[in-house]
Design a protein around this ligand. Sequence first.
Ligand code: EPZ
Length: 424
Amino acid sequence: MDKFIIASNGPLNGEIDASGAKNAALPILCAALLSDEPLHVTNVPKLWDVNTTRKLLLQMGCTAEQPTPHEMLIDARPISTCVAPYELVKTMRASILVLGPLVAARGEAHVSLPGGCAIGARPVDLHLMGLEAMGAEIRLEGGFVHAQAPAGGRLKGARIVFDTVTVTGTENLMMAATLADGETVLENAAREPEVVDLARCLRAMGAQLEGEGTTTIRVRGVKALRAAKHQVLPDRIETGSYLVAGAATRGRVRVNKTDPSMLDAVLVKLQQAGGKISTGPDFIEVDMQGKRPLAVNIHTMPHPGFPTDMQAQMMAMNCLAEGVGLIKETIFENRFMHAQELLRLGADIRIEGNTAVVHGRERLQAAPIMATDLRASASLVIAALAADGETFIDRIYHMDRGYEDIEGKFTALGAKIKRVAKLI
Ligand code: EPZ
């Protein structure tokens, strides 16, 4: 397993380009299963999770050419099986996103249950509830979800109310509804920009839907979808991670090829931390003017609230900030794994239930640490940049899942970061 060696750093200073959004690319690639005509996706990020999704589609019999590293041409016509096997699903929970498209377009799906992960149990009961409401027969057996469309092969429109806001649950059922008979209404739907981007892609494929980005999405089923081309929107969490790294190191970081309108809640917090924020149609810059960040209070919520995927990164900044910051995690039950590792760097963090109380320190001290999940790994890199000495971060495969060219982008900002491939 590779590790990073990160030397202590002065303020980051420079600019980078954001890549395409992982959490939009994954459902959009799965949407290709809805159609018998090719889906051409551009601005696809080069990530492990994208590779895993491509493997999933290939093993079903689809073709998935990559004319360039950042685009994919998927054709589901040659599909020969509707199975998503455990060995792939266990490495990426988002594999559940093939369930809705397969049942809707192929009449059946056999998807391994994703199981929990480092940040929580993460059930898929709402995905299954929605498909049953649309007439699918769901059976859980042998660690798999077996889903069968009604006789005749088409789902039927239904009104589905989510008692918890679920991003992939909204995406799965929005995709399934595009080919159902009649209208489907999704209430208490997720409003994340990645849901909106998927909806745009489905509309380009000929789907009839409206309301994406609000809590009520209406979909009128059509007979078939058609070929389309779609450009994935920029990754707001990647963008936010580099901006927070700039703030934590008292530097100036500008992210280009991004979209400031997706990060309002994060930009408010960076302003409260003392950052001078400037934005344009496709860039965001944070400039700390050499000042130490001020501690901020965070309360994670579904979009447009503060994103849970930015919580770990903000904790790293609070560890180095002036004052005390309270971080409340309301989405996942176990998303403070990074705190244990930050404590090894000398941070002052006390966990009380779903709240972390963080007393900022002027500096942290290097120590060997370990990444536990995707966003935790980003927070450890941020903290290591501001720690005295050389920090070793193990298990950085977590980071490769969701951050394209980490070393290249951090090096462009002046960081001294090296990847060491572990031979065993
Ligand atoms: C998506 O995960 C993202 N992943 C996550 O990003 C993100 O943290 C999360 O949404 C919340 O924003 C992708 O889009 C691929 P949820 P998802 O369903 O859809 C509960 C990253 O770092 N729930 O919105 O799996 C669930 O337990 C990843 O890029 C049910 O109870 O999350 C959680 O408490 C990490 N039953 C809450 O809802 C269900 O059927 C939100 O989960 C589904 C969810």
